[in-house]
Design a protein around this ligand. Structure first.
Ligand code: PLP
Length: 428
């Protein structure tokens, strides 16, 4: 594994000038197919005896650089880029769990992932058992013989309580169950593999892309989970796959490295379901990644300044941000978010729903959007938008009160960010 720092990896990992043209920038290889060297070469590629390009639904040279770069930044061994964060979440689970199986997920997850888990995966026969991550042992209690994975987000909104990665990963490992972490909200701030996670996924649409232009997702294999040692627990990795001449993935991948999980995903789920990222989007996201370290630093510094400004404001009843955590929660923040405490902030406005809506209307520079991780500052009122399908009790259980506003602090000058918040709060 590289010892280079994230700032360096973000510019160099996975690429050193185009072998064909010497181009320094990663070219957009906008092609669907690749010329085989010979019939034998073609047969070797299809038989996984050699690795190489076959067809862009399954691999592409531009996307390959993106995969290597994000794998390096997360400290994983290999990655698979996909068309969106949603396809990354779906594939991460479907790669292990089949009809009749279950996974255990934290309740604190993005609404789109919640829908995927509670409805679509359920329709496919995969049960998702939701538990409150405040008690890591809840994952063990929800586990049975058919539990194939644990799933959680590093820093889920609206509550913004950092997930106890090491604690739950250790429980999982003792039972042969890998922890899948959605690290979308905290790239470069925390590396879940360092704390025992086995799989990491991101919506690349957010901080990695960074400019709100391109959809993408990625799943990264930590290469740190012994699938073979848990044959009964992980049948998808340890029984013959009829779709690939009876390959047993935990063994078939061995000559290529500890990449069984991600290799299986590429050559089965991506082949069959086709959620490929376009080479152009891979290029755009690579551009974003070149500056992700600088941006994350600016996002986090600006967010800390906004927390200080909001904390004393009379229109604000409560500020929710990892920097305001206390007790055990504060210990977890110190352990996991030493490199930065994130750019999302929840504010509880004293005037409830009316104040929330008036505040959103009054913002001039902040964009009112259902997105996070843009370089621009963003705001949304979850009770009337992202969480409006939930009744008031369920909203409250998820941490959304009528006066809750979610801010995602951008990288504009801090004085301009505070000036916009100040004038919008002044009218309440
Ligand atoms: N995970 C998290 C934490 C998200 O915030 C989102 C989108 O908002 C997703 C996954 C889904 O990603 P995408 O919108 O790229 O499909």
């Amino acid at each position: 594994m590289s010892t280079q720092h994230p700032e360096t990896l973000a510019l160099h990992a996975g690429w050193r000038a185009d072998p064909a043209t010497t181009s320094v920038a990663v070219p957009i290889y906008q092609t669907t197919a690749y010329q085989f060297e010979s019939p034998e070469h073609a047969a070797d590629l299809f038989g996984l005896k050699a690795l190489g390009n076959i067809y862009t639904r399954i691999m592409n040279p531009t996307t390959d650089v993106l995969e290597k770069r994000v794998a390096a930044l997360e400290g994983g061994v290999a990655a698979l880029a996909l068309s969106s964060g949603q396809s990354a979440s779906a594939f991460a689970v479907q790669n292990l769990a089949r009809a009749g199986d279950n996974i255990v997920s934290a309740t604190g997850i993005y609404g789109g992932t919640w829908n995927l888990f509670a409805n679509t995966l359920k329709d496919q026969g995969i049960e998702v058992r939701f538990v409150d991550a405040a008690d890591p042992e809840a994952f063990a209690r929800a586990t049975d013989d058919r539990t194939r994975a644990y799933y959680a987000e590093t820093l889920p909104n609206p509550a913004l309580r950092v997930f106890p990665i090491a604690e739950v990963a250790a429980i999982g490992r003792s039972l042969g169950i890998p922890l899948i972490m959605d690290n979308t909200a905290a790239p470069l701030l925390v590396r879940p593999f360092d704390h025992g996670a086995a799989v990491v996924m991101h919506s690349l649409t957010k901080y990695f892309g960074g400019h709100g232009t391109s959809m993408g997702g990625i799943v990264i294999d930590g290469g740190n989970f012994d699938w073979e040692a848990h044959a009964a627990r992980q049948p998808a990795m340890n029984t013959p796959d009829p779709s690939y001449h009876g390959a047993v993935w935990s063994q078939a991948a061995k000559p290529l490295g500890p990449i069984a999980y991600i290799l299986k995903m590429r050559v089965t789920l991506l082949r069959d379901l086709g959620a490929a990222i376009s080479p152009f989007n891979a290029f755009q996201i690579l551009q974003g990644i070149e500056t992700v370290a600088l941006r994350m630093r600016a996002h986090c510094e600006n967010a800390e300044a906004v927390v200080r400004f909001l904390s004393g404001h009379k229109a604000v009843a409560r500020v929710i941000h990892p920097s305001t955590a206390t007790g055990l929660e504060a210990e977890r923040v110190a352990k996991y978010l030493a490199r930065g405490r994130g750019a999302m902030i929840g504010i509880e406005l004293a005037g409830g729903k009316e104040a929330g809506l008036a505040f959103i209307k009054a913002l001039k520079m902040f964009y009112h959007v259902a997105n996070i991780g843009d370089a621009r500052s963003l705001a949304i009122h979850p009770a009337t938008t992202t969480h409006s399908q939930l009744d008031v009790a369920d909203q409250a259980a998820s941490g959304v009160t009528p006066g809750y506003v979610r801010l995602c602090i951008g990288i504009e000058h801090i004085d301009d960010i505070i000036a916009d918040l100040d004038q919008a709060l002044a009218g309440l």
